[in-house]
Design a protein around this ligand. Sequence first.
Ligand code: AHR
Length: 526
Amino acid sequence: MTISRRKVLAASAAAPVLLAGGTAHAAAPASIHIHSERHRGEIDRKIFGNFIEHLGRCIDGGIFEEGSPLSDKHGFRKDVLKAVKDMNVPLLRWPGGNFSSNYNWRDGIGPRNARPKRLEMAWGTVEGNRFGTHEFMDYVEQTGSEPYICLNLGTGTWSEAQQWIEYVNGNQDTAIVAERKKNGRDKPWKVKYWGLGNEMDGYWQMGHRSAADYGAYALEAAKLAKLTDPEVKLIAAGSSNYRAGSDWIGWNRTVLEYLKDYADYISLHLYVGNTGNDYADFVASPIEMDQKIETVAGIIDAALATRTDRATGQLSKDGRKIYIAFDEWNVWYRARGDGQRGRRILEERYNLEDALVVAGFLNSLVNHADVVKIANLAQLVNVIAPIFTNDQGLFLQTIYYPLQLFANNMKGNSLRLLTQSPTYQSKRFDKVPYIDASAAMDGNRLVLNVVNRHQDQAINVVIGLEDKRFSGSVQVSEVNGPDIKAMNDFGSTLVSTKTRHIDASANTLTYSFPPHAQTMLVATLS
Ligand code: AHR
């Protein structure tokens, strides 16, 4: 298991160790040193992506509700669309998830009333297919997101996958392109991101295979995809199954051995939960994301280092890259388990501690901006989601706010911070820093995001600029609430973002970060 960068920094900084609920912050100084040119990598906005699946009320009854007075003429819920736009979603993955592993895209095209109803076996319902490829493409046009389509490499054939790409991106005089035109879309959509199946390492997946079988199958699908449209970027299905006895490292290694000449990304999935009601351990969960990313980044490097040129047999020097697509991540543990079949499923209700974990995951993604170039929160509406609806309206769950802050502010270059923080020991992790941070520099604009994991103590942090000065007003946005279990509901918002401004003009700023809160500072530097 790799040691996370955060743990190394925290340890090397030799900061005092506080027990949760221990001594006062005055005894435990913390600091974040920032150099505006100590870059980690450019932040790809697609790491703030999201995901919609034909599952419960995510699509049907979430973004799409035909006949509702709240919907437009296409059936899209206008209130949901506004909340999605306000969250600034750069990339939207569809149609699953587990759903995609038995989805035939042909069921979702043509006149809506003529589309077949099919048994939906991933989540135990009947799929009406009224939302298909055209509706998805219309939706991303409205939200301003880039589309990302997950192919069926479970029960689907190579031809079905190839023909879906041709239908969506083709421009030649073929029967499939003519069919798209007949269905009302003349120009190709040119969808760039295509997933080579979903969670194929999971025994629960329809069409689950061994790593070698999946690698060999996905390789042929990848060849067909790139022959159909050389511009497509392909996401191989990496690990999602971390249960005891599963060889998740071996899965990623084998898959990359097969796909290292064709995949542009390898996906990772991670869901966490507070099943033992242990706040200190739960809020440290983003360390697991750090560990997964750093382990798989090493596996990618190893795979790329052994590529050979087919013509010469020599080691390849073409500089090919493979990135990580963390295309499902979230807190998910309450609405989980065998009972999750049917219509109102996975309707997780989030509290403040969940929002802090989400903010920590976002810190992790930004802190690995050199290797993670796509990430998708699972999912957008109702199903383990930041937006929650009923037939009269919606409310924004606690986790909406960190997502919104990151997607709207964090851009430019991710900075390597030197963070010194008091630490604590949790059930799963040693030396968990109370102060968890990430930052970005875009021109002369600094964005610093801090999660203070401490449940009841503010922590003073000296923010030291090594090569710049603050130049006036600093915007401070805080996601917080009365206590870690505080939740939002219809008509009641206990957790949200509050924004104010402070002044700073020197090269240091000491800020007292409040307990159990996410705080984002946005400053202009000179
Ligand atoms: O996001 C919910 C489900 O979690 C997805 O369908 C699947 O990919 C994962 O197991």
